[in-house]
Design a protein around this ligand. Structure first.
Ligand SMILES: Cc1ncc(COP(=O)(O)O)c(C=O)c1O
Length: 457
């Protein structure tokens, strides 16, 4: 890129632009990374430096950064119509087709799909649907939502309230009343010394039951969970966890809402994360991989019983009082439909299991000989590597040492984009990476690990 253009971008960005999840003062000092181009799993900055983006942006660009078919699908649809909406009975052919595809893929009995534009909106929509469901069933006081500590569910007010991360709350006086957080099902740090996996699950279920008991089951509408936590540090729940959670929820007439925003569309080596962890939700939110993030589109797929409640509520002629201008945007629907076709043609879950398995195995081999890797975990192409001060006792490094952040910084210098969540670093690359890209990620990971280990000595 022309140096002058680049300097102008840096100037404008520092002067006029507020960034998400960025320290504003540090940004003023250090300025942005100006991303100018993408090619497969690689991105290029304004100085021509190439990075392998092992996070697919934000767990989202599942088909990389330059997929010609997705670009063509958007272009073709834009040529037909630049925008239309879905209020007042309006639709587009491609929107109706995508709804059918999603309901079919979800396996949700008598399901229906609703469209929005972001993951946060999809999660907010699920909360409203849960409230409406119980209201119709004559229990309007069932409104509280249980999420888990360390969960990430988005940035709008209810979605942020469902997050179990203090940095999402502290500036805003959140969570809102009625948004509760139960124990994280973290098999690495959660169990007491010597506690078996089954006993750990028992303790998680006891915590959930105690919360329901203390709050009153007739005040609780829903329980929201990612099948595998992404932003919380790649937390794969212990075996049997979701089956037991489901039992408890059913007993108390509490709806199970799956946040499939990261896990959905093959990320975990199955079409949906719920298939990987044995979760059977009443509704699910989708975004990111839905369109490989080439267009801001999200969706909620609900069980027929939730849709029936919506109908019942409006039996007298009212309308579903909800909607976003860009819900069911035809271009988003065209991109998402094409992405889903590509996933099917590439037999994406099988590919993800194979290549993710290789990556995990090689990282686990590095962990064996590393004094600081405590655990390599995850499923498919959603892998976390956790650094610890003492492997035998699973003791964390002091927070102020920022070991994960240091890894991130060194990786970036080495042309590898990863993401740290505390001292866990995540790998969530585009799903269609080949062996050569996997090898490049591993090589850069290994040299970064070596440099980090030296820095810590
Ligand atoms: C699990 C999960 N849910 C919800 C969201 C929110 O999605 P959005 O940023 O599109 O609102 C995210 C975003 O990273 C996410 O990881």
């Amino acid at each position: 890129m022309d140096q002058l253009v680049s300097n102008t971008t840096v100037h404008n960005d520092i002067s006029y632009h507020i960034h998400s999840q960025t320290n504003p003062l540090l940004h003023e000092q250090e300025g942005p990374m100006v991303v100018v181009r993408g090619e497969g799993a690689h991105v290029y900055d304004a100085d021509g430096r190439c990075y392998v983006d092992a996070m697919a942006g934000l767990w989202c660009a599942s088909l990389g950064f330059s997929n010609k078919r997705l670009i063509a699908a958007a272009t073709k649809q834009y040529e037909k119509i630049g925008f239309y909406h879905t209020f007042f009975h309006r639709t587009s052919d491609i929107v109706a087709e995508l709804a059918e595809t999603l309901v079919h893929l979800s396996g949700m009995e008598s399901g229906k799909a609703y469209f929005a534009t972001s993951g946060s909106e999809a999660n907010e929509t699920m909360v409203k649907m849960a409230w409406l469901y119980h209201k119709v069933k004559g229990k309007p006081e069932k409104r509280k939502i249980i999420a888990r500590m360390r969960a990430f569910h988005g940035s709008t007010i209810a979605a942020a309230s469902m997050c179990g991360l203090p940095f999402m709350h502290r500036e805003y006086g959140l969570p809102l009343p009625g948004f509760l957080h139960t124990t994280t099902p973290d098999p690495y740090h959660g169990p007491a010394p010597g506690q078996s996996e089954a006993a750990f699950v028992d303790s998680l279920i006891a915590d959930l039951e105690a919360m329901i008991e203390a709050e009153g089951a007739d005040t609780i509408a829903g329980f929201i969970a990612e099948p595998i936590m992404a932003g919380g540090g790649i937390i794969v729940p212990p075996a049997g966890y979701f089956a037991r959670v489901r039992e408890v929820l059913q007993k108390h007439d509490i709806l199970l809402m799956a946040d499939e925003i990261v896990c959905g569309f093959h990320r975990t080596g199955n079409p949906f994360g719920q298939d990987t962890v044995g979760m059977k939700p009443d509704m699910m939110s989708l975004a990111k991989g839905l369109s490989s993030s080439y267009f801001p589109i999200s969706a909620v797929v609900v069980h027929g019983k939730v849709y029936d409640a919506l109908c019942e509520f409006n039996r007298a002629g009212g309308v579903f009082g909800h909607g976003f201008t860009n819900s069911g945007h035809p271009v988003g629907a065209a991109v998402a439909s094409e992405a889903i076709k590509i996933y099917e043609e590439l037999d994406m879950s099988t590919h993800v299991r194979a290549i993710g398995g290789k990556l995990k195995q090689r990282l686990a081999a590095m962990a064996e000989s590393s004094p600081i890797i405590g655990e390599v975990r995850g499923a498919g192409l959603m892998i976390g590597v956790e650094f610890v001060a003492d492997k035998a006792n699973r003791t964390r490094f002091p927070e102020e040492q920022k070991v994960g952040g240091t890894f991130d910084r060194i990786a970036f210098k080495n042309g590898l984009i990863m993401r740290c969540m505390g001292d866990t670093v995540a790998l969530s690359p585009p799903l269609n990476i080949d062996d050569a890209v996997a090898e490049e990620i591993l090589e850069k990971f290994e040299s970064t690990l070596h440099e980090l280990t030296m820095e810590l000595q």
